[in-house]
Design a protein around this ligand. Structure first.
Ligand code: ATP
Length: 436
C-alpha cells in the first residue's frame, strides 16, 4: 500500500487534500492521471447501467435535500456507528471495528489490548454532516450533506416515471458525491469522509424482488470481471441479519482483497418498499404505481446496486500494480485494461533530430483529439518507456530511423514488451481500435 500511495503522489494520481496546510486525513484529491482513471470507471458504469439498457434512466440530484428526507429515510435516527473513546490515549474507535484499528500506544496492538487502555462504553454517533441553509444558524435551517445518493432517486421516482416511457420493472441510476462523518477514516481512498457513489435503484413488482436481486448480483459481478479485476481477488460476502442496514431485507457485498485485507466495495441490497413507504408517509403524497397490465396498484420494491467510485478505483490500482525484473532492473507497471488507462498512447521521437519530432508531433496531434495521448521527447527511450509503464499507458509509439525509410513506427506493448511495426498513417486508428 505504501508503494502505491507514493506512486500515486509522484505520478499525479492522488494527492492528500490541503497538503500545504498539513493535510486533511480523510479527504483526497485526484490529480491529472487519477481524474482520468476515475472518470473512465464512472463512464464505463454509466454506459453499462444507463446507455446500454432500455430499462434504466439516469438522474443527477442535488447534494442538499429537504431535511425531512433524512427523517423519512431513517438516517437521522439510525445512521449511526458505535463509538468508543479511550480515556488513556484520547483516541476514538468504531466499537465494531476494534480488530481493524491500532492503539496509538507502542508496541502496536489493537485498542483495549494494552493493560493501560480504558475504553468507554460504546455510544451511537450519527455520521451525517450537518450544515445550515441560509444566513441564520438555527435548528430550523439545518440541512445535511447526503450520506448516500439513493434518496435523490426515491424522491424523484414519480417524476422520472411520468417524464419517461418506463414501466415497472425499471431503474434509476445516479453518480454523485456522498458524505459520511466516519469515526475512523483510513486506508488511503478506501474510507474517506467525502466520496463518490455510483448507485442504481431498480423498482420491481412486490414478489419479484428475490429474482431481480439474483439478476443484479449476477450482472454486477460480471461488470467487475469485465473491468479486468483478478477473479481470485473477488468474493461475495452475505451480510448477516444483525449487520443489515435499517432498510435492508437482504444484502450481499462484493469484496476485493485489498493489500489491507478483504473489504467491501459494492453492495447489492434488497431495500423492500421501505424507502418509498416512508416517503409516502412523511410527505403525505401517494407514491403508488398503477400497473396497467395487471390492473393493480402497489408500492414497488427496490433492489439497489451501490458501488463506490473511489473504492473501485483503488481496487483497480491495487490490481494493476506489478513489480517485475526486466534486464536486471525493477520495472513498476500498472496493467490497466487499455480502456481504463488514463493515457492511451505515448508518442516518442527516438531522437530530437532527423525529422523525427515533426512526424511524432503529427501523430500526437492526430491522436490527441480522439483519446488521451502524451508526447515525451526527454531522456533515453528506456527511461521514457519506464515512465509510461508506471502510469499504465498501454502503447508507446516510437518514431525512429526506419520511420523515414518505410513510413512505419514502433509500437511497444506495455504488458508483453513486444514491439511491432505499424504504418504511421494508420497508427491513430490502430490505437483507437484497442482502447475502447
Ligand atoms: P462500510 O461497511 O465499509 O462502512 P457501507 O456498508 O456503509 O460500507 P454502503 O452504505 O453499502 O457502505 O455504501 C455503498 C458503497 O459506497 C460501499 O460499497 C463503498 O464502495 C462506498 N462507500 C461507503 N462508505 C464509504 C467511505 N467512507 N469512503 C469511500 N467509499 C465509501
Amino acid at each position: 500500500m505504501d508503494k502505491l500511495v507514493s506512486l500515486c503522489k509522484r505520478r499525479g494520481f492522488v494527492f492528500q487534500s490541503s497538503e500545504l496546510y498539513g493535510g486533511v486525513g480523510s479527504v483526497w484529491d485526484y490529480g491529472p492521471l487519477g481524474v482520468e482513471l476515475k472518470r473512465n470507471v464512472k463512464d464505463r458504469w454509466w454506459r453499462a447501467m444507463v446507455h446500454a439498457r432500455d430499462d434504466i434512466e439516469g438522474i443527477d440530484a442535488g447534494i442538499l435535500m429537504h431535511p425531512r428526507v433524512w427523517e423519512a429515510s431513517g438516517h437521522v435516527a439510525t445512521f449511526t456507528d458505535p463509538l468508543v473513546d479511550c480515556k488513556t490515549c484520547k483516541a476514538r474507535f468504531r466499537a465494531d471495528k476494534l480488530m481493524d484499528a491500532q492503539c496509538p500506544q507502542k508496541p502496536s496492538k489493537h485498542p483495549g489490548e494494552h493493560t493501560t487502555c480504558q475504553l468507554t462504553e460504546p455510544r451511537q454517533f450519527n455520521m451525517m454532516f450537518k450544515t445550515f441553509m441560509g444566513p441564520v444558524e438555527e435548528q430550523a435551517a439545518v440541512v445535511y450533506l447526503r450520506p448516500e445518493t439513493a434518496q435523490g432517486i426515491y424522491v424523484n421516482y414519480l417524476n422520472v416515471l411520468q417524464g419517461s416511457r418506463q414501466k415497472v420493472p425499471f431503474g434509476i441510476a445516479q453518480i454523485g458525491k456522498a458524505f459520511r462523518n466516519e469515526i475512523t477514516p483510513g486506508n488511503f481512498i478506501f474510507r474517506t469522509r467525502e466520496f463518490e457513489q455510483m448507485e442504481m435503484q431498480f423498482f420491481v413488482r412486490p414478489g419479484t424482488e428475490d429474482e431481480w436481486f439474483e439478476t443484479w448480483r449476477h450482472q454486477r459481478w460480471q461488470w467487475h470481471l469485465d473491468l479486468g479485476l483478478t477473479p481470485a481477488k473477488l468474493r461475495w460476502y452475505q451480510t448477516k441479519p444483525e449487520e443489515l442496514a435499517h432498510y435492508a431485507k437482504a444484502a450481499y457485498d462484493i469484496e476485493y482483497e485489498f493489500p489491507f485485507g478483504w473489504n467491501e466495495f459494492e453492495g447489492i441490497h434488497n431495500r423492500t418498499d421501505y424507502d418509498l413507504k416512508r416517503h409516502q408517509q412523511y410527505s403525505g403524497k401517494k407514491l403508488e404505481y398503477f400497473d396497467q397490465e395487471r390492473n393493480e396498484r402497489y408500492l414497488p420494491y427496490v433492489v439497489e446496486t451501490s458501488v463506490g467510485a473511489d473504492r473501485c478505483t483503488l481496487a483497480l490500482m491495487c490490481d494493476a500494480y506489478h513489480e517485475e525484473q526486466v534486464e536486471g532492473e525493477t520495472r513498476v507497471v500498472l496493467r490497466f485494461l487499455p480502456a481504463l488507462a488514463p493515457i492511451k498512447a505515448a508518442v516518442l521521437p527516438l531522437v530530437k533530430k532527423d525529422g523525427m519530432p515533426e512526424i511524432a508531433e503529427r501523430i500526437y496531434h492526430d491522436l490527441k483529439g480522439r483519446c488521451t495521448a502524451f508526447y515525451d521527447d526527454g531522456g533515453s527511450i528506456g527511461r521514457r518507456y519506464r515512465r509510461q509503464d508506471e502510469t499504465g499507458t498501454p502503447f508507446c509509439i516510437t518514431v525512429d530511423g526506419q520511420t523515414k525509410e518505410d513510413g512505419t513506427v514502433t509500437v511497444r506493448h506495455r504488458d508483453t514488451l513486444k514491439q511491432d511495426r505499424v504504418a504511421a498513417d494508420r497508427i491513430a486508428g490502430w490505437v483507437l481500435e484497442r482502447v475502447v
